[in-house]
Design a protein around this ligand. Structure first.
Ligand code: ATP
Length: 216
């Protein structure tokens, strides 16, 4: 990554407050996410990790506070932010009635990519030979890999990934971690939740933002 990119703030969370069912999940939470960061949002079940990811991605609105992308409120640079954002939620947009290849084709096409080799991308996530299998017939891990395949073909700088390692085997997790490091080193950032420990991304490479469950 170029020297001048290292301190580039990609995402700025400004005093975010999130309230769900009259419970304050987080209150006036502020942080920067720089180019090169791999950031894990951690905390127990129900602490508000998914809620925070969705707010950063602009998929839901905070009770108070704002999210900025490259110094602009995301509500004012929606197109630019969406263009640079890859968000993978729990369900991850894999349609059971489509094959692995059709799912990848669909997901890349709606993101504006036209020239790609699906077989080669699916081979990166160990789905060679399963291109024509219906996603609904794949194992849980293969289903998740179908969703994750698009990470190997994207220009998006900001990756927001909710539990990307769910159902993924040890080797697959290591490959994903290496991909995160490459992405961060090329000037992007990764913001993720996981309940798993990472073995390839070192403590030094990983930033953590902790949310704690609050009793009312
Ligand atoms: N749209 C919503 N309406 C009402 N309550 C919600 C909504 N979204 C989330 N919640 C509640 O907010 C709390 C935090 O949910 P969230 O999914 O953000 O937690 P999490 O930290 O990601 O949990 P987990 O580790 O179990 O995935 C939960 O109690 C949940 O029921």
């Amino acid at each position: 990554m170029a020297e001048n990119q290292k301190s580039e703030v990609l995402v700025h969370a400004n005093e975010l407050t999130c309230i769900r069912e009259e419970r304050i999940l987080f209150d006036e939470l502020s942080f920067d996410i720089n180019a090169g960061d791999i950031v894990q949002i951690e905390g127990p079940n129900g602490a508000g990790k998914t809620s925070l990811l969705r707010i950063i991605a602009g998929l839901s609105r905070p009770y108070a506070g704002e999210v900025h992308y490259l110094n602009q409120n995301i509500t004012r640079c929606r197109d630019e932010f969406n263009h640079d954002l890859l968000y993978l939620g729990h369900l991850a947009g894999v349609k059971s009635e489509l094959t692995a290849e059709e799912n990848l084709n669909f997901n890349l096409s709606i993101s504006g990519y036209h020239d790609f080799d699906t077989s080669s991308i699916l081979s990166k996530v160990n789905l060679s030979g399963f291109e024509d299998a219906l996603a609904g017939h794949l194992s849980a891990g293969q289903h998740r890999r179908t969703a994750l395949a698009r990470l190997w073909h994207t220009n998006c700088r900001v990756w927001i990934l909710d539990e990307p390692f769910t159902a993924i085997d040890k080797k697959g997790v290591e490959e994903l971690e290496k991909l995160f490091i490459r992405h961060a080193e090329s000037g992007g950032c990764v913001i993720l939740t996981t309940h798993q420990d990472m073995g390839v991304v070192t403590e030094k490479q990983l930033r953590k933002i902790r949310l704690d469950y609050r009793f009312v």
